[in-house]
Design a protein around this ligand. Structure first.
Ligand SMILES: *Cc1c(COP(=O)(O)O)cnc(C)c1O
Length: 339
């Protein structure tokens, strides 16, 4: 086997030894199957291909200084996948089965979990798709749950740093009563144009306002938003954002650190009042925001005057990473150790 250069890993796909699969037929989930094939044999009329019956998740496994493997909040991911399946009428996978599959695929691919010192981790990608054939618009009668894993590099190669974002009013990611709260592929298809235009213009990601009025903050690309001011952690309350497990964890840690936590609609103008702000999600934990440009109004909300991450964002980032790698005690029971 060729040695992996852990320092060169990015956030991309690298083949690993095994993936795991569970089929749902006649309304029942079958046994867990282990596969070393990277492909899926799929009916051409499968609903995932035509009508978007596709859900996914993203979580990580970390190798600690003690050599142990830790998986972060996997029950939360199981619950969110169930919520997504409810949202687009797919068969729900019980938490126990989700857990069984995650533990199995991580163990089978143990040699791909990067060493502690690298700051890298093993990304775990579960997906659940409608595989039954339909031509009319209907939910499938068969489903497939798959998990593959791939090692990913540390998000901040040059160290924890800030990035610029750009407000988009031309495109919305999800409608107020649409599928924004579900982790479905369709939301990503809807975001690709906005994301490309933002990247082409030199931004880290696009910044969405609420789709109904374009008055309140929704999400930063495929990450949740939070702002900090007056010792308070503030994150949007909206019917079209994805409930981020990272954000949920940061809210708890902020409270533990003695901050107030507010979840409420955040008007766009309030951006000018934040002392710090960040985008949060599994990939980066926190990606601190340098500024948010609003080119249509010839305006720029500068969050970080010196271009550096703020002290509270930095403390939250370090705390969450320390729990994930086992450097600090897991007082909230967020971590599953792979035995
Ligand atoms: C997955 C995702 C997030 C982040 O969720 P985490 O559970 O923190 O990884 C945020 N926004 C969108 C749109 C997402 O799909």
């Amino acid at each position: 086997m060729k040695e992996i250069d852990w320092s060169k890993l990015s956030f991309g796909y690298m083949p690993t030894d095994y993936n795991v699969r569970i089929y749902n037929r006649e309304g029942k989930w079958g046994e867990l199957e282990v596969s070393s094939s990277e492909t899926i044999n799929l009916h051409m009329a499968a609903t995932c291909l035509h009508y978007g019956q596709e859900a996914f998740e993203g979580l990580k496994a970390f190798r600690g200084k003690d050599g142990k493997i830790r998986i972060f909040r996997l029950e939360e991911n199981a619950a969110r996948l169930q919520s997504t399946c409810k949202g687009i009428l797919m068969a729900e996978l019980p938490t126990e089965r989700f857990k069984e599959a995650v533990l199995k695929v991580v163990k089978l691919n143990e040699r791909f979990i990067p060493p502690y010192e690298t700051g890298a981790s093993l990304y775990i990608r579960p997906l659940l798709i409608g595989t039954g054939a339909q031509v009319g618009v209907k939910p499938a009668d068969e489903y497939l749950f798959v998990i593959f894993v791939t090692p990913v590099g540390p998000y901040f190669k040059g160290g924890f740093s800030t990035n610029p974002y750009v407000i988009t009013r031309k495109y919305d990611r999800a409608a107020p009563h649409g599928t924004g709260t579900f982790k479905v592929g369709g939301n990503y298809a809807a975001s690709l144009r906005a994301s490309k235009e933002a990247h082409d213009a030199g931004y880290s990601a696009e910044f969405y306002l609420d789709a109904k009025e374009h008055k309140y903050i929704d999400e930063c690309g495929a990450a949740n938003f939070f702002g900090i001011k007056n010792n308070t952690y503030i994150t949007p309350l909206s019917s079209s954002i994805l409930p981020s497990i990272t954000n949920k964890s940061l809210m708890q840690l902020a409270e533990d650190m003695g901050l107030d936590v507010e979840r409420r609609p955040i008007p766009e103008e309030e951006l000018s009042t934040f002392e710090e702000a960040g985008a949060c999600g599994t990939a980066a934990v926190i990606s601190p925001i340098q500024r948010i440009d609003d080119p249509e109004n010839n305006h720029s909300y500068v969050i970080s005057k010196d271009g550096k991450p703020g002290p509270i964002s930095t403390a939250l980032y370090n705390k969450l990473r320390a729990i994930q790698y086992g450097d600090e005690p897991d007082v909230h029971n967020w971590v599953t150790i792979v035995e």
